[in-house]
Design a protein around this ligand. Structure first.
Ligand SMILES: O=C(O)[C@H](O)[C@@H](O)[C@H](O)[C@H](O)COP(=O)(O)O
Length: 261
């Protein structure tokens, strides 16, 4: 893939937010849903911030926007089932989505905000329901993507994931857990604080259900991710983020620091 290089994460976020805002406006005019696939973590923060600015400046209504979070940490229960971690936890992707996306965008929307039933998170009790709901909505208009720095995980899909994997509960790879120490400061840098399981959108779901994708990588620590993604011509299971190469209308947005190193 050929990356589009931006000077810094802020200019990257501004360009991507303008693209998303165009899509939301078009969907609103056409009275159809606009499903936006969203990672938690640091990579898309500048985009979410800039999107709030776009929503405010363009007075965008958000009634057609569906925010689909790509994953959440999960805890095993005594009966062998799993449930989401406490949504008030600092590392919860549900918390991240509510604070960094819903609350921010709703505060910027002058009129209609995001309907609470249009915030989707895969449920460890019924992961397949997430894929069904996405399909019912007509797919994901734009899936925002990020790559793990150390192992190329995408959402929580670990190295070795099959390209057609559905949304499901997974055991987190140790390197994914190590990468996520940096993603969520609330772990206090202690690996034992990082949960061992998660519910994740599948690589197959991302491939089959996305109408377009933008993979974002910024910072010198993402240099290896950028190297792997630019070199990839097809899906490479040892770096699951390479699934981006097999998605419809894929783009790779990076900053100078990630591109240079
Ligand atoms: O946190 C999540 O929702 C994702 O599961 C995870 O895959 C994340 O996107 C990457 O670990 C990159 O994280 P950063 O963007 O913080 O580098």
């Amino acid at each position: 893939m050929t990356p589009t290089v931006f000077p810094d994460p802020e200019s990257l976020g501004a360009a991507l937010a303008a693209r998303i805002a165009d899509g939301i406006a078009a969907a609103s005019a056409g009275r159809r849903p606009y499903v936006l696939g969203c990672p938690g973590g640091r990579s898309l923060l500048t985009t979410y911030h800039a999107l709030a600015d776009e929503v405010r400046a363009r007075r965008l209504p958000l009634g057609h926007l569906v925010v689909a979070m790509m994953d959440e940490y999960a805890e095993p229960q005594p009966d062998g089932t799993f449930r989401h971690v406490d949504p008030s936890a600092a590392h919860s992707c549900v918390r991240f989505g509510r604070d960094e996306i819903l609350r921010r965008l709703n505060a910027a929307a002058l009129g209609t905000g995001i309907n609470p039933d249009r915030f989707l998170v895969p449920d460890p009790a019924d992961p397949a329901a997430f894929d069904r709901r996405i399909a019912e909505l007509g797919g994901v208009e734009l899936f925002l993507l990020a790559s793990g720095a150390g192992d190329g995980h995408i959402a929580f899909n670990p190295a070795g994931t099959h390209r057609d994997a559905p949304t499901r509960v997974v055991a987190l790879a140790e390197q994914t857990r190590r990468d996520n120490l940096a993603t969520f400061a609330g772990f206090g840098g202690r690996l034992e604080n990082v949960p061992r399981h998660g519910v994740t959108v599948g690589t197959g779901t991302i491939r089959a259900q996305s109408h377009s994708v933008v993979m974002v990588a910024h910072g010198a620590h993402k240099a290896e991710a950028v190297r792997r993604l630019t070199a990839a011509e097809h899906y490479e299971p040892d770096w699951p983020a390479t699934v981006v190469t097999e998605c419809a209308d894929p783009l790779l947005y990076v900053d100078l620091a990630a591109a240079r190193s």
